[in-house]
Design a protein. Sequence first.
Length: 179
Amino acid sequence: MSVANVRHAITTKTLASRAIGRQPGFTLLEVLIALLVLSIGLLGLAGLQAKGLSYNQSAYLRSVATAQAYNMADRIRANPAGSSTGDYDNVSGLPSSHTDCTKNVCSPAQMAAFDLYQWNTDNKNALPSGQGRVTVQNSNPRVLTVTVMWDDQRTGATGTGCSGNPKVDLTCFSTSFRP
């Protein structure tokens, strides 16, 4: 090997070692950036998970409200005498007095009061701030609307206007039917 070739080989080796020597911490920087990107992605995933749980709870409460509305519609259909005399018309809240119709024989009006008591007690126990009402929409043909209301977003709302604003009004589910 000639002297020129040896110098060239030494110079090339020296330059290569200097190039590597000039990059201290570069790999560490790449790892830190990768960790930052990964942690941002994991935070986003956690946020999606939290929103998914919230929507799942909201869907569950809507299912309970739907079942409760149809429960009251079935109670009204099961008491045609009370329904035809208007015992279920424009009622809400808990009646001031009621007879326990599971232990006593009841008139249609007493049965309607007991149905309303049981139904709104179930609404209160199954839904946050749960309550319900039955209103008459038309008189000929007679159409009743059953509305179940609850605080879906737990904002402390108490309004019963069903406006769709969760800060003011309770969330509402309504169904109309002809008894």
